[in-house]
Design a protein around this ligand. Structure first.
Ligand code: ZN
Length: 264
C-alpha cells in the first residue's frame, strides 16, 4: 500500500498514513493526540512510503517466515530443483525430547545431466537477531542425529558478528574434521542478505563482487550445495577453501604420524 510516514508533533513518534487518509489533522496512533499535516514544508517532515498489506503485515517480519522462505528458495536453486519444504518443525525424539528446526527440506539436485543427489537440509533462521550458542548446539545435535544433513544458518543481515562467527566456525571445523575423504558429513552453509536477496541465486549472487572472482571461478556448478557450503564458509567464517584445508590437514597428519613413530 502506498502512503506517507509522518512524525507526530506532540510525541515525535512516526505514523504511517494511507494516501486517502491524509488530511489537515491526523490522529497519532502512538499518543492518540492529533498532529497537523506539514502543509508549509511537507518535504521536511513527510516521507512517501509503502507499507506491507495482508498476510505480509504480520509483525516481526511475518514471525520470521520471510528469511526461511528466502533461504528455501535459494537452496532449491530458485525453483529449478525438485524440493519438498517443511517450515517450522518439531522433531520428537525417542526419549520424549524435541528439537525445533526452522525449516527442513529435501532437495534433489541434478548433476551432470543424468546423475542426481538428494539432500536433507535443516535451517536455522534469524531475521535480524543473532545466532546464539544454543542455536548452534541444537544444529550440532541435528547433525549427529541425521548424518549427512546440510546445516543452514540464514539471516537478512550482511555478516555475522565475531561471537556467532566463532561458534559456527567451531561447528564447521568439527564437521571438516569428521568428514570422510570421499564426501561430506554435515556441510554448513551461511546465507546472508547477499544470497537471500539475490534474484539469480548461486553463484551469480557473488559475481558482481570483483574481490570474489577467484572464489566464484572455483565454484563447482555440478555440486551447488557443497560448493555453496565451501564458499560461504570462506566468506562468513573466514575459513580456507575445503580443498586447501584438506591438503594442509593431510600434511599435518603425516607429520604427526612421523613424529609419533619417531618417538617410539
Ligand atoms: Zn503522537
Amino acid at each position: 500500500m502506498w502512503g506517507a510516514v509522518l512524525a507526530c508533533e506532540r510525541c515525535g513518534q512516526k505514523n504511517w498514513y494511507a494516501v486517502d487518509d491524509l488530511a489537515d489533522q491526523l490522529k497519532c496512533e502512538r499518543c492518540l493526540g492529533h498532529t497537523r499535516f506539514p502543509a508549509q514544508n511537507p518535504k521536511a517532515r513527510l516521507q512517501w512510503a509503502y507499507r506491507v498489506n495482508g498476510p505480509f503485515s504480520v509483525p516481526d517480519h511475518c514471525n520470521g517466515a520471510y528469511v526461511g522462505l528466502a533461504a528455501m528458495r535459494f537452496l532449491a536453486g530458485n525453483h529449478n530443483e525438485d524440493a519438498t519444504c517443511v517450515p517450522s518443525i518439531n522433531i520428537t525424539e525417542k526419549n520424549g525430547g524435541s528439537l525445533e528446526v526452522d525449516f527442513l527440506m529435501w532437495v534433489r539436485e541434478r548433476r551432470y545431466w543424468l546423475r542426481e543427489e538428494v539432500y536433507l537440509i535443516a535451517g536455522e533462521c534469524k531475521t535480524y537477531a543473532h545466532f546464539e550458542p544454543r542455536d548452534v548446539r541444537r544444529m550440532q545435535v541435528i547433525a549427529r542425529k541425521f548424518p549427512g544433513v546440510v546445516l543452514v544458518f540464514a539471516t537478512f543481515r550482511d555478516k555475522l558478528d565475531p561471537q556467532e562467527k566463532r561458534s559456527i566456525q567451531r561447528l564447521a571445523q568439527w564437521e571438516r574434521g569428521l568428514r570422510p575423504p570421499e564426501g561430506w558429513r554435515a556441510p554448513i552453509i551461511i546465507l546472508t542478505a547477499k544470497e537471500l536477496f539475490s534474484f539469480d541465486g548461486a553463484p551469480q549472487c557473488w559475481s558482481d563482487d570483483s574481490t570474489l572472482k577467484d572464489k566464484v571461478e572455483r565454484f563447482d556448478h555440478g555440486k551447488t550445495i557443497e560448493a555453496t557450503a565451501d564458499l560461504t564458509q570462506q566468506l562468513y567464517l573466514g575459513m580456507s577453501p575445503y580443498q586447501d584445508w584438506a591438503h594442509e590437514e593431510m600434511k599435518r597428519r603425516l607429520v604427526r604420524g612421523r613424529s609419533r613413530r619417531g618417538g617410539q
